[in-house]
Design a protein around this ligand. Sequence first.
Ligand code: HEC
Length: 213
Amino acid sequence: MMFLKNRNKIAIIGFVAVLTGLGSCRDAVKFPGYEYFPEMYRGPAYETYAPSTIFADSLSSLKPVAGSVSRGFMPFNYSADNAGYEKASLEAFNPLRNDSINLGEGKRLYEIYCVNCHGAEGMGDGNLVADNKFPGVPPSYSTGTSSRGGTMKDLTDGKIYHTITHGINLMGAHSGQLNPQQRWQITMYVRDLQKIGQATAAPAADSTAAAIK
Ligand code: HEC
């Protein structure tokens, strides 16, 4: 009897196994299979800022608080006009360390973006100017005078950065081509070009200016 019972059991198990096997014999490409607990596969994940009822403003994520900036981003909230230029002069200072890496990168970028008008030493004699391809003549960084008043050699970090960012008269804005870090690196290099030929410059500064020529 025991033997028969076991045989029945084996037969039933075998029958179920065959049925299950047949059940899964479908065209695997077209049939993705049965889903048990579909919630496990299809979690209630939301797209960022998708419509939703979670928050009062009916978006799936909260919007950043007004005035938020992304990590590492340096805001420069100065208007393009003279008032913004003067304000930047008082408040905006180069946040980068004055080292050979930043200065070297500033020189490299200057020689791509500025040299054609301003010249290698910032004398306002770039090839576009020398060949009369450009209607304006930029004033020399070391001996010229700014159209906005004062001497070029006294231009502050903020004024130079403001000029690169917003442009001035015939010089276009460079905020589209150069990110904030690159603009500060160029500013650092221009500060060195201002010292060229300055009798009043400290000896240490003089040697830096000579080294980067
Ligand atoms: C297409 C030619 C041109 C290019 C390129 C150019 N500049 Fe100028 N830049 C000028 C001219 C012209 C002026 C004088 C504008 C004026 O005051 O009317 C000037 C003025 C300046 C001034 C003086 C601003 C002031 O307050 O008087 C600075 C600083 C300056 N440029 C820096 C740069 C730097 C740095 C770059 C490269 C990122 C650059 N410029 C690229 C033509 C150019």
